[in-house]
Design a protein. Sequence first.
Lengths: 332, 287, 449
Amino acid sequence: MTTVLAPVGEAPGTARTRPARGGRRSPSRARWWVVLAFLSPFVIGFAVFVLYPVAATLYYSLTDFQAGSYRPVQFVGLRNYRALFTQSDTFWVAVRNTLWMVVVMVPLRTGWAMLTAWVIIRVKRGRAVYRTLFFLPSMVPVVASALSFIVLLNPVGPLNRLLGWVGVDGPGWFSDPAWSKPSLVLMALWASGNVMVIFSAAMLDVPRELYEAAELDGAGALQKFRSVTLPAISPVIFFALLTGMIYTFQYFTEAFVASSSANATSSSNDLIGYPANSLLFYSTELYRQGFAYFKTGYASAMAWLLFLVIFAATVVFIRVSRRFVHHAGGGR
Amino acid sequence: MSTLDLTRRHPRTGRRLLYLLAEHAPAVAVALCFLLPLTIGVLTAFMTQHQAGTGSLWPSPWEFGNFREVFRAMPFGRDLLNTMLYAGLSTIGVVISSVPVAYALARLRWRGREGVFLVVLAAMMIPAQVTSLPLYVMYAHIGWVGTLKPLIVPSFFGDAFSIFLLRQFFLTIPDEFTEAARVDGAGELRILWRVLIPMAKPAIAAVGLFAFLYAWNDFYNPLLYTGNSDTGQTLAVALSQLAKNGHQNAYQLQMAASLMFLLPVLVLFFLAQKVFVEGIALTGVKG
Amino acid sequence: MFKAITGATAVTAAGVLLLAGCTSTGSTSSQPDSAISPGASHKATTVTVWTFNHLPNEVAAFKATLDRLHAKYPWLTVKFVPNKDDAAYAKAVAAGDPPDVFISSTPDNVAKFCYNGTVTDLSPYLSSAKIDTAKTFPPATLVYTRYQSKQCALPLLTDAFALYYNKKMFAAAGITKPPTTLAELTADAKKLTVKNADGSIKTYGFVPRSDYDVNRYLFVGAHSGTSFYGKDGRTTFASDPKWQQLLTWDQELIDYYGKANVQKFVGRYQPHADDAGNPLLTGAAAMEYDGEWHVGEIATEKKDFDYGVVPMPVLDGSSGTYGTGSTLGTVAYLSAGSKHKQEAFFALQQLTTDTTFLNTLADTVYNIPTTFAALKAWDKRDDPHWKPFVDIFENTHSSYKAVTPAGVEDIDTWRAFLLDYEQGKTKDAASGLATVGKKIDSLNSESGQ
């Protein structure tokens, strides 16, 4: 990149009077105040809505701050963290549940999206119709889909009735601690249309020649998938797994709504995690501590830990995936 | 007659039918899985209180009054207005604030550009939970809790995901277009407005649609800031509370309300399908 | 460009220091803490009252009384806002704009609000108004409205819990007398259990699982002759062997039906505890532990249902305590951030001590009035379904548990342990009890007790 010194002291917008000779600045550096002007929304937004809260969360986590309390705030050092690790059962339950979801739901969802994408591209006519149908559920507001799954998976509801017709005794789904998370996984699979769309686009992008070459080598369908399709779509797999993982670490709405419907007379805050804390995830526990109990300092410790974990997990994930992700044609 | 008979009697049509079946069968099977929950939901919206939630698969009798009943059971109109305000205003805010930032990141050359882009990427990953506690305290201090302001105002300061999308798109536009304008002596703002934005209409549309969808479906933030408000609730939160305000287990009302909540999104989707799908492809396929 | 970032960081640092120093502004008011006498004239004031109630009939009952209040004391206008739970109240306090009076359904938070200074100590107002709490309110209500010799809240209606049973099923099974001990309860439950032809259970005698409906109040001490906290404020789970006996009873009855069957029952009927699908009403259960509001619900949902109410059986060996029960209720606070404390206390006083209001509200929401005077005048106290509850409430040994600044966390921890035990995740009752006791104790001391 050659650097040509920009004429100093010229304000943007006076361009029309500038002589053409001196006006060419490419590939030159833009003037810093122009850049700043364009960046300003993000800079202000980042400072106020990201930097400040993240720093403040760290600060709160070292105090016994309780929003709404009239007691003076005291610095308590690592006491909140110690309480989280050694004295809180619910913290570890939340961690376990969240990890369960990450390990189970994210790969399943990615795999299902891949499968449905593959099903779709097999269809030659009417593909758009199927694509619409598969994609639609991912656009439904999460609250609405959670409520309709609660109706569908009612212990005496439609799905169990259908299962009864084939002689299967359906489980309690959302009401049974052993089945509540799998029910959420089902819901996630149903709403995976947006990931499917990306997969189908990527699969269609794979050059025909690669498949033909593989066929010449005598590869069967499965071989072709393994040696041609998978590497070609590996960036998408990586993307889907990474974003799925980040999403699941913050998993909130589905769990909150599913639990709150268990009993009509208890308030939603009392039902967080129902049944039997099986739907107690990290962010719903955080919400409960921070906005139902208003133990702001304690919840901030949880929030800060979440921040660190997501950061670390992302870095590790990217490092590990570098070995597996195949970038055809130069990559980034 | 069975397909086998067909194949024997009319080999060509029979075989074609078999191929058709093989081609469509898996897709149909998957389609049924996707359709089932929504279908049950829709059907339940037409059931009576007595029948809803009992496992019945078909309304009998058909109850068309549930939709009207929803308006009696909750301030649906007001919540709808709040939701539209939130979604509409924040979409506008996201678009007008993210475009310039993406422009600076993609079309201007300056030291530290990649660094700031990394910051944008990092901002995309920060979960709402990490920032919501201090933000809540801050909003409480300035009296914004209970209003829609904490939901709308931040969107006027750039959205990391939208910036990312737009930047990716801007990068694909060849230099020649902007260089020609620069040679003509145009300033950056003019280039952005006259050259890039018209070319980036699909990407901007996608960004706007995503922002609208995100705000329409948003549950966590409205729960925090207007969840207990008398006047500021949005549909997502109000819907989740519908079953608790004396309408215990009124699944038919919940489903009717959900359908009405869902409708604008569906309409938007059908009108702008192509934009959606292309927009999603933008996020994932290339780096 | 890093200039911009450094600038942003500087702003951030300033912001953190500035806003982090903010706590809710304390009540710096120099308002008198004496009560207004009813006869005195007063300048017109508007007092805000929030409550958790949201059902239309309850809201209507409140509004009617507040209208009467306004008619009687024209200077007092009450702005009434329903459907606010404790979290909503805490949010308002955090925003610096709390209601003057707040009526809460969670007495567990009394000590927490008191400790945090969120609510005012009512003692000076009460003594100025010449109200002797011990003579006005039954002792059970004073347990959960006081903390460290402060009167943090006043009781406003209460709940009591007892055993409901299906009289027809009792007759069919040949049971002439309702059980008075838990062992008898188990025996009767087994007799009342009816199975379908395919072996599945048609009618459960009694399902004790702690997370079903209000069964958690079976396990807070009143029915086992134990007390949640001892005199030293620490849990008694490890030291009192009766807790183990209680858990053993619980486990035996659950195992009789099988854990899977009990899970099915709870999963199926939990959402229907308060509507016409309640298992007692549909015949899926012969006996049920429930609160007094259920009487009103049954009257609405199944008027001719033939049922009886008796005090909940107690642990064998504690028959001396038969007739007591868990009692806890709604409480009314006076916010420390209120700008009209005197007027607010006046409204509070009327709401919690006016006999007509209490009884009307009690009739509407199917609760029990909370003053001696109101109880004496209550028209329901001799109704065969209501009398057992009134007796339980007036029994001097009925209680809930002492409240701590940990709010609901102590009872939530206890409930989580109970469920773990009932589901077989914790096998050893003794060590489990010791562990959970220690946990709750450290929870309390962490919270400032």
